[in-house]
Design a protein around this ligand. Structure first.
Ligand SMILES: [Zn+2]
Length: 769
């Protein structure tokens, strides 16, 4: 009868346990040691869950959001590049609070003559400046671009007092707006439209000197309700220029009057298509609604080349209606070619639309609408079915900017129609990115003003997946046998940023106004972190389900960072607090290496270390059960007689254990490893990551083992792992596929590779600068 069923591993583990106890005694335990653990839960950093936002990351039972509905009349004065507008806002207070006043956003005031925005930067003389920025800064009067408010009135026409503080306007209502009640009021305004090619405005016009026309891409053109929420109260961070927008959902009815020869499209469904389209356009449009494989051109290049010379004095009014959107934008010009195709999303048809001047061709006719359609399919598959009726990509010089159902994108060929791969891929990527913003933040409506990464990071991550999928879906559109050349997302690409000068790096969890390098901070780093989370830490199945859960829980709602972090853990059963801490709350980087390797053999004789352990406790061998030891080859424990023998040959204890506990068949089936190693891995980088190792053996075989990130939970600096094998270990490579963004790969191999790697080269190159 056998009382205990031991295995080799458990017996060796016993020895391991004794030596581990010894090590923890030695380990330095500074006061506060545990508090500094990178695996500590994020209770101090996270807001406490409540009835509005649950601990699971889902909206809580008392979750609410406000609603702002707009009815607007807009007129474009093309000759003077000016906008006139009147709006009636119906604001619904779904919060439990009574509101004493209402706050609106006047974003164009960032371009007012007396704007403080240009005065907030103290960086000294820049390295270089664009001529247009230089000229506007030093060579003339500041542009007069702010809102001119004609009136604010209540529903009965009585003037309401208001106070403008830079880009925000407080409207004082006569009595507080009670919880659950609605308030209706009107605003009339006008402003001068800026040239958006100067100072990187997010909307405005581009002037084409050759034909004297303007192409308008118009947004932030009306006083918009600020967000009131359980997290911020009234959103009160001004629009300084970098931090984007926080906006309330609502329904829009917008009439836009423009010159009669303009082509216009915008957020929402066109209500009077038959009035504003010609007969030919209507016929082509009907065809486009049934064309699922390629776009149908609705306004041709020949037609716009004729229209460019027209300058009609008549006007046309385009009527648009949008439901459940957080914003409204439109584009208009007599220069716009228009094409469309239908895309099947779930059981619905969505229209993919492009508008571009002839200056965008031939590139735009070839790719824009195709890329819009692909983006809607790809993003829908990873989140939820795109719920809006259309998505428009508008060509605008140097623009990459997103609004519900419509976005502005760059990518202009040379004048002779030729273009480089850089221009082509740049155009495709920006279209994927900006159309993708329909999902984050237009539908999953995060607060961009506070958290740039929640929309930019998630969108750039989705963009990376959509780009790779585009390369697979349209191999003819990319270089033969190549992958789509994504600029961001691949782990190796974030290394120069994360290994850079710490004084110019901020944690991802920073306000976009306060970071040094917004591109890597809010776009590339979170996108890379999520890509690593998906491919390396969680695996696609767990990640994709959790990410989809987040998108579906928060579609048409306002999530916070914690709602994202919590949902990703809640839906996957993976505790990621260490990952969020390392990647999102610090400026730490990843650097893991192999530090040393020691060879061992099996013996019954207590090792020097064990003898010391016993001596310290007044113990002798007689006080212990029979034990097995691993003795290091390069130490005084070494006994040359035991070299090359199997464990049961070199250990009488093991042999007796096997005789007592195993049947003859079991003994015959036992595998006896001949080589024992203790391998020490170190972690100079602050971020704990899974330890991915490729072991190579003398017989040419390799074995890949991924130790979970939790291997670093008790010692953040280094860990030692025991590996046994039947053939000799000849090589170790950490992170062989470069999937963790390890910033220094010179310590990733044993035996150490002597040749200089790319990173050392990179370090040497930048040293002189
Ligand atoms: Zn973006």
């Amino acid at each position: 009868m056998r009382l205990f069923k031991y295995t080799f591993a458990s017996l060796l583990f016993l020895v391991g346990a004794v030596s581990f106890a010894q090590e923890t005694e030695k380990q330095k335990r500074e006061p506060g040691h545990y508090n500094q653990s990178k695996f500590k839960q994020l209770y101090e950093e996270f807001a406490t869950p409540n009835n509005y936002r649950s601990a699971s990351g889902a909206p809580g039972p008392d979750y609410y959001q406000q609603q702002a509905d707009y009815v607007m009349d807009i007129t474009l004065d093309d000759k003077n590049a000016k906008i006139y507008g009147e709006e009636t806002i119906t604001y619904t207070n779904n919060s439990p609070d009574d509101l004493e006043y209402l706050w609106l956003q006047l974003d164009q005031n960032v371009r007012a003559k007396d704007s403080k925005a240009p005065l907030r930067n103290g960086g000294g003389v820049p390295l270089a400046e664009q001529p247009s920025s230089f000229a506007s800064q030093y060579m003339g009067e500041p542009f007069d671009g702010g809102f001119n408010i004609d009136y604010v009135k209540d529903a009965s026409g009585k003037a309401l007092p208001y106070t403008i503080n830079f880009t925000m306007m407080r409207v004082d209502i006569p009595t507080p707006l009670k919880s659950g009640e609605q308030y209706t009021f009107s605003v009339k305004w006008n402003y001068n439209i800026p040239d958006h090619t100067v100072n990187r405005a997010r909307s405005g016009y581009e002037y084409f000197p050759k034909d004297g026309n303007r192409a308008y891409v118009i947004a932030q053109f009306f006083p918009r309700m600020a967000v009131y929420s359980d997290v911020e109260g009234w959103q009160n961070h001004q629009f300084w220029g970098s931090g984007e927008f926080a906006l309330t959902f609502g329904n829009y009815e917008v009439d836009i009057t423009v010159p009669a020869d303009h082509i216009l499209d915008g957020t929402g469904v066109l209500q009077n298509r038959k009035e504003v389209y010609t007969k030919e356009m209507m016929q082509r449009y009907e065809k486009a609604t049934k064309s699922y494989d390629k776009p149908v051109i609705i306004v041709t290049q020949e037609e716009i080349e004729a229209a460019e010379k027209g300058f009609s004095n008549k006007t046309k009014t385009w009527k648009l209606k949008a439901e459940n959107v957080r914003d409204f934008a439109f584009a208009t010009s007599r220069k716009f070619i228009l094409d469309m195709q239908a895309v099947k999303i779930g059981n619905r048809d969505v229209m993919a639309v492009s508008m571009y001047p002839k200056e965008g061709n031939p590139l735009w006719e070839e790719y824009s609408t195709k890329v819009v359609a692909h983006t809607l399919r790809s993003y829908s598959a990873h989140t939820f079915d795109y719920p809006y009726p259309k998505a428009i990509s508008v060509h605008a010089k140097n623009q990459g900017m997103e609004y519900p159902m419509i976005c502005w994108n760059y990518g202009r060929p040379n004048e002779d129609g030729t273009y480089s791969d850089r221009v082509k891929y740049g155009m495709m990527s920006v279209i994927i990115h900006e159309v993708g913003h329909n999902f984050f933040p237009m539908i999953v409506n995060s607060d961009e003003r506070q958290w740039g990464w929640m929309d930019e990071g998630l969108d750039t991550f989705m963009q990376y997946m959509a780009e790779q999928e585009f390369g697979e879906a349209y191999p003819e559109a990319i270089a033969p046998n190549d992958k789509y050349p994504s600029r961001r997302g691949d782990p190796a690409k974030i290394v120069p940023y994360m290994s850079g000068d710490q004084s110019t790096i901020s944690p991802i969890m920073s306000n976009p106004e306060n970071v040094y390098q917004l591109g890597p901070n809010a776009y590339a780093k979170p996108a890379t972190a999520l890509n690593i989370l998906r491919e390396t830490v969680m695996g696609r199945e767990l990640f994709d389900h959790a990410f989809k859960t987040y998108a579906q829980r928060w579609m048409f709602k306002h999530p916070t960072p914690e709602d994202f972090f919590r949902t990703m853990e809640d839906a996957s059963a993976v505790d990621l607090d260490y990952f969020w801490r390392g990647w999102f709350y610090t400026t730490d980087y990843v650097d893991i290496g192999v530090k040393g390797i020691k060879k061992y053999y099996v013996t019954d004789k207590p090792t020097k270390k064990m003898q010391e352990y016993m001596a310290a406790r007044n113990m002798t061998e007689a006080d212990l059960p029979p034990l097995v030891y691993l003795a290091e080859e390069d130490s005084e424990d070494f006994d040359p007689n035991l070299k090359g023998k199997s464990p049961s040959e070199s250990s009488q204890t093991l042999k007796e254990f096997m005789m007592d506990n195993m049947t003859a068949e079991e003994r015959a089936a036992v595998k006896e490893p001949k080589y024992f190693y203790e391998i020490t891995y170190d972690k100079p980088g602050g971020i704990p990551m899974p330890l991915i190792v490729e072991y190579t053996y003398a017989d040419g075989t390799t074995k890949n083992i991924t130790y979970p990130a939790e291997i670093w939970r008790k010692n953040d600096d280094e860990v030692s792992i025991v590996v046994s094998s039947s053939t000799e270990l000849t090589g170790i490579v950490v992170d062989p596929k470069m999937e963790t963004a390890d910033i220094d790969t010179s310590n990733n191999s044993w035996p150490k590779k002597e040749e200089q790697n790319d990173f050392d080269q990179f370090k040497e190159n930048i040293k002189g600068k």
